[in-house]
Design a protein around this ligand. Structure first.
Ligand code: GLA
Length: 380
């Protein structure tokens, strides 16, 4: 009797690691493919992450760009739900930041300047009088070092980049690490971290353009959106925050109850006119600052696909593809027309370096910048 018990215990011990091995085999190993050569002769790669459910995310180390996200609809039919291009040259020429990893400072810095401890830093003006998305050559045009950091059944890609002191006018050597993890719960989790050797400002985001019916399948006006925000940072004509926080109550910016994006997008509203639609930072309701909370939930009624955005960031920019005008031909040659996608760019507020009352984007030597954003997909 005793010996059969011992035998059973031994068998269970052997079985346990075997069971772990089996579950580890359910996610496909990350695939690495050549993705072309940049004009200065550098080779870029494409990394394909597939989870145990068959959800697939492709990321290139050129610009840390998420080039495709394939997820099922309510009947299990897969579609690529982000706008982009078929090949590297599209991303090299791109000016609208499809899928991009945006930095060193995403969104706008007013008059292309800011000061730290009385020293003024002047940046490139690439958006009227302002700096947009890191300047002329932002992080989205850099070649990042890539490493497969997959764990058990969660494929993960780590990208690192050293943004040198003075790059695009920003002070300090900034070491940036971004980890993309595809979880078994159909989440694309992005962890951003950075350290500096001189005081600087940092604000990193991902600029995916979502169309939950599938990229290239028309506008997103019927997509029903909820945003966990009771205020926005209203902007001036250059889309720079005025510094005020404006309540969404009674305005087309109130997405606290799920509302179709198109329902009020053409309303007679000064802020909507300035943005040519939604192009605004929403101040997220946070019960604990820096805690991971739900920022937004989007549901596409035809396919049933649902996207939830979770973040540690205090804000999210809702941009409804107002500047797309059909002149860009993306994947499969499809013309991307106005409002054929929406972005939820989680971030600190635009122009924070010039608004001391906004949550700070300052990073000092010895500190570590760390933020997390999760794009979670499901269907209903
Ligand atoms: C952001 C900006 C928009 C636009 C897009 C890129 O979302 O807020 O105004 O510049 O990026 O086209």
């Amino acid at each position: 009797m005793k010996s059969s018990l011992r035998c059973f215990a031994l068998l269970s011990l052997l079985w346990l690691p075997m069971a772990q091995r089996i579950s580890a085999e359910t996610a496909k190993p990350m695939e690495k493919k050549a993705f072309g050569t940049t004009s200065d002769g550098k080779a870029a790669d494409l990394y394909v992450l597939t989870n145990k459910n068959g959800m697939e995310v492709s990321i290139t180390n050129y610009g840390g760009i998420v080039t495709s996200i394939k997820v099922p609809d309510r009947s299990g039919k897969m579609a690529d739900v982000v706008l982009g291009y078929d090949a590297l040259d599209g991303y090299v020429a791109d000016k609208v930041y499809f899928g991009a990893l945006v930095g060193r400072y995403c969104n706008r810095i007013g008059h292309a300047e800011f000061s730290i401890d009385g020293t003024k830093y002047t940046l490139a003006k690439n958006n009227g009088d302002n700096t947009l998305h890191g300047g002329i050559k932002g992080f989205n045009k850099a070649l990042w070092d890539a490493k497969d950091v997959s764990k058990r059944d969660e494929p993960a890609l780590e990208l690192t980049y050293l943004s040198k002191d003075g790059e695009e006018g920003f002070p300090g050597n900034l070491k940036v690490t971004v980890v993309f993890t595809l979880t078994g719960k159909n989440e694309l989790k992005i962890d951003y971290s950075a350290t500096t050797d001189k005081k600087t400002v940092v604000n990193l985001t991902n600029h995916s353009y979502f169309n939950l019916a599938g990229q290239g399948s028309g506008d997103i006006l019927k997509t029903v959106l909820r945003i966990e925000a009771d205020k926005i940072t209203p902007v001036d004509s250059g889309l720079i925050p005025t510094g005020d926080l404006k309540s969404v109550q009674g305005t087309p910016f109130d997405f606290r109850k799920p509302t179709a994006i198109g329902e009020r997008i053409n309303a007679d509203d000064e802020q909507l006119k300035l943005g040519k639609g939604y192009d605004h930072n929403f101040v997220l309701i946070k019960n604990k600052p820096n805690g991971l909370t739900l920022a937004a939930r989007a549901e596409e009624p035809t396919s049933g696909r649902v996207l939830e955005v979770w973040t540690t960031e205090p804000g999210t920019q809702l941009y409804t593809g107002n500047f797309l005008d059909g002149s860009i031909h993306g994947k499969g040659g499809v013309a991307y027309t106005q409002r054929s996608a929406f972005c939820l760019e989680t971030q600190h507020f635009p122009d924070s370096p010039n608004h001391p009352k906004f949550p700070s984007t300052l990073l000092a030597p010895g500190q570590r910048y760390h933020t997390t954003t999760i794009y979670k997909f499901s269907s209903k």
